[in-house]
Design a protein around this ligand. Structure first.
Ligand SMILES: [Zn+2]
Length: 238
């Protein structure tokens, strides 16, 4: 019987190890979940506001939320926070959750890893500076993300959160129709996207009380994203 002896050279082993690590990383990071909603039978939903803080619309939105004694989550842009830190503090002091919506609101999938890390960590640092709050959630601007973004978000100890319904739509400019459209779509655990900056958000401000009252009539309660996705609750992932 012939015996074969195989000798692996050092460089060959290193190359094989590197290829294995690459594919293990690929499998691991491509499976990082993105959160669209919480899984619950309880009638709870989360209102989330993107793009602020904004001196025109954010204070009015906070006033409405406070009037209804509702807590929401603000996905803030780092550049905006540096311009209007007092508005961020007002949101935080009113009991709302602050989350990360990047530093410059660029499309994250067009940036390299270092730039993505900079966008995330710089904004987390500013939020922590003004509130002392640890940031749990990142939402990529315009829903533009890739595996690299999910990886860097996870590496920062955060999760990527998107939404189930959005109130601003090209279908109608009527605040009542905007609110009713979302109210009809919503299910327990839903995450609702609204905006408090970047464009004219007058319609959003008008639609907000209509949406709140409709959902309250349906028996819904409003929670922050961290309350919606607490340790005991699961979340829908894609
Ligand atoms: Zn945005």
């Amino acid at each position: 019987m012939t015996k074969y002896e195989i000798h692996y050279s050092g460089p060959f082993l290193l190359a094989a190890l590197a290829v294995s690590c690459f594919f293990l990383n690929l499998i691991y990071y491509s499976n990082i979940p993105v959160i669209y909603k919480g899984i619950t039978d309880e009638k709870i939903v989360a209102l989330t506001f993107d793009d602020g803080p904004d001196p025109t619309f954010s204070p009015e939105i906070v006033r409405i939320l406070n009037d209804y004694q509702i807590k929401a989550t603000f996905f803030v842009v780092g550049e905006q926070v540096e311009k209007y830190p007092e508005i961020l503090k007002m949101e935080y002091d009113a009991g709302h959750e602050i989350a990360n919506h990047s530093y410059t609101h660029r499309n994250m999938d067009s940036l390299d890893s270092d730039a993505v890390i900079e966008e995330i960590t710089r904004t987390n640092g500013i939020i922590h500076k003004y509130t002392g709050q640890h940031v749990n959630w990142f939402r990529p601007p315009r829903c533009k993300y890739d595996m690299k973004v999910k990886k860097e978000v996870k590496c920062q100890g955060m999760d990527t959160v998107l939404w189930t319904s959005v109130i601003e739509t090209k279908m109608t400019k009527d605040p009542e129709q905007m609110a009713l459209r979302v109210a009809e779509q919503i299910r327990p655990g839903g995450i609702i996207l609204l905006h408090d900056s970047r464009l004219d958000r007058t319609l959003t401000v008008k639609a907000l009380p209509i949406l709140i009252e409709n959902l309250q009539m349906q028996g819904y309660r409003f929670v922050t994203i961290s309350e919606l996705l607490n340790k005991d609750s699961k979340s829908v992932v894609h």
